[in-house]
Design a protein around this ligand. Structure first.
Ligand code: ADP
Ligand code: MG
Length: 842
């Protein structure tokens, strides 16, 4: 059944050659108990290892059932060891972190036997060797004899044809040795047992054949056997460890060193925690920004302005160009000029042609309306509003004369007073208004002469508003002292509701005197009269911004509807001065002369007959006043005059505001406008192309870009710690390989292939990686709790740090991948180990 033909084994170590076996010829019967005797170093172990396929012969041939093994591949040897051979060693070679039962099961595990079958067969052989009771003990809880019996059980469990035992009683006392010998003798009844021993007595008592070895040669054979020809082919079932088995094996191993596994996983998880935290935060902040954009910024309209040169985009791009300008003069020996200011002025964009666009918009109104809550046209026309009471002098409410009245050098206050737009046009759409504002008292305007007062969310209104409205006397401001008690003043709703102002039609500020339209706004008597005759404009409601909208622009002021603008515009059109100017757009109504760049001041040559006649009877003083009045608008253009008089063209708004329904619609709206631009470009009407700015989106997108950048940089930094932890895991795996060298040898002796060994270590690193990944994610989720509560305390924003599920999954996968990669080299190293050497390590 087994035959050695001229087997030679030469070891080469450090240039030295040792012939451990020299030209061995031996044949064995299918069932006999052979003892191999010989001095130490005579080659007994080598012989056994070669028979068992654990070591390879240098020359000769080993015939198994008549089949040559010369062409055997690694896989064939593995299968041969697993199915045909059972090994028993002097030092037992049990896997220490596994129970007796698991140790015995191992060989079956390698041959892919099912779990229940494994258990049954393992218990059976344990019973056979008399250890059924000890099945769940670990090797270190057993005596030497018991351990050797476990080893024998393990060797037998696959029901091998050949049992090889290398000094199985070498470490046992004589009584136990006898028991083991009895057991082997029993086993040898139906299979071949080859035992190496030092003990000639035992050999003589129990074995059926004694072979003596000396210096690598057979010197005596008590019962030689010659092969009776080949008994046919044998094929071995290939061993293959299932991945799950490898996983379970590694899991068991890791469980025996829980502390270290935990620490390694924790160290490995630090990189994961770092990245997960950064992702949580940036994801949360991004979500928060998106939310704010959607919830709040929709309230900000997308505005098309006639003059877009002061929008953020234009300013940004102009500034960029200005900064980049300037040629390199460093080599030319002169000083160059970077024309930043000039370029900035030059880059001023041409006016948007909103008239054409409005026309287009009206034609495609349905498309635009589908995306908007409101489309609002605004015009360059501000209502002229005065305080109704003129008894103590005239108070201009809009535009406010507060800045002029203030007797202070405080630039801040002056600028604030001068630039405060207290009166603003609100939407005419009631639904839109109720989405923006919450009614505090009264009702929304129903007609041109009704306005609302806008307060902030705490029902406050800025005192600047009250002063500019004349509700508080501006004179008080000039007599403020530190001693003046600043009692908090409040107003009952009813004091404010019904409060009315006087509207003056802008064109009425001019009166024709001596053939010249004269600005009468500084004539007290004229103005008082005009104001007293003016229409009442009444506060009918108080509103505050709807919760969640951040449109502070119109908080604390007066809101009027477009009806008022239209009313004023019509009244202006009805006025004499407007009629005159509109009748002849080429002539400056203020001077009676044609609009021309050349005529910009009073000249006695350029006068109308009416003016010439009036001048004749004037005193020098009157003449001076006349000339000054004449010069006021002498260098104007038609557009300037229209603005001065208050003429507006309803078809030509100064800006168009789109209030989108949703954030998405805002984007679609931009597409619509871009569509229009494309059409204009196609038609060659470059001048009609609209440039527009979504200032808020611009700011937000730069914030988003910044957050992304910070995230990338931080993730980059933290990734380094991930690499470091991977290297650490590689080192720990390597140490584990060194520690388990013997186990590798045992597994190989039982028929585990190199691939199986690699698999075990890969499984181990995969488990380690999964544990550290999961640990990292769990720790991150826990850390997010305090982080969120801190952020909430500081900023009021809840749940900012949220790890996206996908990120958690990806990070665990990355952790597994990295540790497996880290384990590749150590596990290859493990697989390459020579099984014989591996067995000898302690
Ligand atoms: P035995 O088991 O009879 O004591 P061995 O078979 O272990 O003897 O050793 C036979 C000879 O081969 C010895 O001289 C030993 O030094 C040598 N030898 C065994 N294994 C190796 C090895 N892996 N490398 C080099 N020499 C070895
Ligand atoms: Mg030996």
């Amino acid at each position: 059944m087994l035959e050695l033909q001229q087997i030679t084994k030469v070891y080469r170590t450090g240039g030295q050659e040792v012939s451990a076996l020299k030209d061995i010829n031996l044949a064995f019967r299918a069932s006999e108990f052979v003892s191999v005797l010989g001095q130490s170093g005579s080659g007994k172990t080598t012989l056994l290892n070669i028979i068992g396929g654990l070591d390879q012969y240098t020359a000769g041939d080993l015939l198994i059932n008549g089949r040559s093994t010369k062409a055997f591949k690694d896989r064939d040897w593995d299968a041969y060891r697993n199915h045909t051979i059972g090994f028993v060693f002097q030092s037992y070679n049990l896997i220490s972190h596994q129970t007796a039962l698991s140790n015995v099961e191992m060989a079956l595990t390698l041959s892919g036997v099912s779990k229940t079958e494994r258990r049954r067969r393992a218990m059976e052989v344990l019973r056979h060797v008399g250890l059924a009771e000890q099945a769940h003990k670990r090797p270190n809880q057993m005596s030497g004899g018991q351990m050797q019996r476990v080893a024998i059980a393990r060797a037998l469990v696959n029901n091998p044809d050949i049992l090889l035992a290398d000094e199985p009683t070498g470490a046992l006392d004589s009584e136990t040795s006898v028991q083991i010998m009895e057991l082997l003798k029993d086993i040898a009844k139906d299979r071949l047992v080859i035992m190496v021993t030092h003990n000639p007595d035992l050999a003589a008592r129990y074995s059926t054949r004694i072979i003596k070895v000396l210096d690598g040669r057979i010197v005596d054979d008590s019962d030689p056997y010659s092969q009776q020809g080949a008994s046919g082919q044998v094929a071995f079932k290939k061993t293959k460890m299932r991945f799950w088995t490898a996983l379970a094996l590694s899991f068991n191993n890791l469980l025996t060193k829980k502390g270290r596994t935990f620490l390694t996983a924790f160290a490995g998880s630090i990189g994961i925690i770092g990245i997960a935290l950064i992702l949580s935060l940036s994801n949360g902040v991004q979500d928060y920004i998106d939310q704010v954009q959607e919830d709040t910024l929709v309230a900000y309209p997308l505005s098309l302005k006639k003059d877009d040169s002061n929008s953020l985009t234009s300013l940004f791009s102009a500034r960029m160009e200005a900064l980049e300008g300037g040629n390199d003069h460093s080599q030319s020996g002169d000083v160059g000029v970077n024309a930043a200011l000039e370029n900035m002025l030059r880059s001023e964009t041409a006016d948007n042609d909103l008239e054409t666009f409005k026309n287009y918009l009206e034609k495609h109104r349905k498309e635009f309306e589908a995306l908007t809550k409101d489309i609002h046209y605004s015009y360059d026309l501000s209502p002229q509003i005065y305080a109704a009471d003129t008894a103590d002098g005239i108070t201009a409410v809009n535009p406010s004369d507060l800045a002029e009245k203030l007797d202070t050098n405080n630039v801040m206050v002056k600028t604030m007073a001068a630039n405060m737009d207290v009166w603003s046009e609100i939407s005419s759409d009631k639904a839109m208004l109720s989405s923006q504002y919450q009614m505090v008292a009264g009702h929304l305007p129903n007609s041109a002469d009704e306005v609302i007062l806008m307060v902030d969310e705490n029902n406050n209104v800025n005192d600047l508003v009250l002063y500019s409205l004349g509700l508080k006397d501006a004179e008080e401001l000039n007599h403020l002292s530190k001693e003046t008690a600043d009692d908090e003043q409040t107003y009952a709703y009813d004091d404010l509701l019904g409060q009315s102002f006087k509207l003056v039609i802008q064109s009425d500020l001019f009166q024709k005197e001596n053939g010249l339209w004269t600005d009468k706004s500084s004539d007290q008597a004229y103005m008082s009269d005009l104001i007293n005759k003016g229409e009442d404009i009444t506060i009918v409601g108080i509103v505050k911004p709807q919760e969640g909208t951040a449109d502070n622009a119109s908080v604390g002021g007066i809101g009027y509807t477009q009806a008022l603008t239209k009313h004023i515009s019509e009244a202006v059109k009805d006025s004499q001065i407007a009629k005159e100017q509109l009748a002849d757009k080429g002539t400056n109504v203020f001077t009676g002369q044609a609009f021309s760049a050349d005529v910009t001041a009073f000249s006695s040559q350029n006068l109308t007959d009416e003016q010439r006649m009036a001048l004749a009877g004037m005193t020098a003083e009157e003449l001076a006043a006349y000339v000054s009045q004449y010069n006021q608008n002498a260098d104007a253009t038609y557009e300037d005059n229209a603005k001065t008089i208050g003429i507006i063209d309803l078809e030509d708004p100064s800006s168009i505001h789109f209030y989108a329904r949703s954030f998405e619609d805002k984007e679609n709206l931009k597409d619509l406008i871009d569509d229009y631009n494309r059409q204009m470009k196609k038609a060659g009407k470059e001048a009609q192309v609209i440039s527009y700015t979504d200032d808020i989106a611009l700011v937000m997108s730069s914030v988003t870009t910044m957050i992304n950048m910070i995230t990338y940089v931080l993730v980059g930094f933290v990734a380094i710690s991930l690499v470091v932890s991977s290297i650490m895991i590689a080192i720990i795996t390597y140490i584990s390989v060194l520690e388990r060298t013997k186990e590798i040898g045992i597994l190989r002796a039982m028929g585990a292939s190199k691939k199986d060994v690699r698999r075990i270590f890969t499984a181990e690193t995969a488990i380690e990686g999964a544990v550290s990944g999961v640990m990292g994610i769990v720790i991150t989720l826990l850390l997010n709790l305090p982080i969120n509560s801190i952020i909430e305390q500081i900023t009021d924003a809840a749940n900012i740090s949220v790890l996206p599920v996908w990120a958690g999954a990806v990070l665990i996968a990355v952790s597994i991948l990295l540790t497996v990669l880290a384990g590749v080299i150590p596990s290859r190293f493990a697989a390459k180990k020579d099984p014989v050497e591996a067995l000898h390590t302690e």
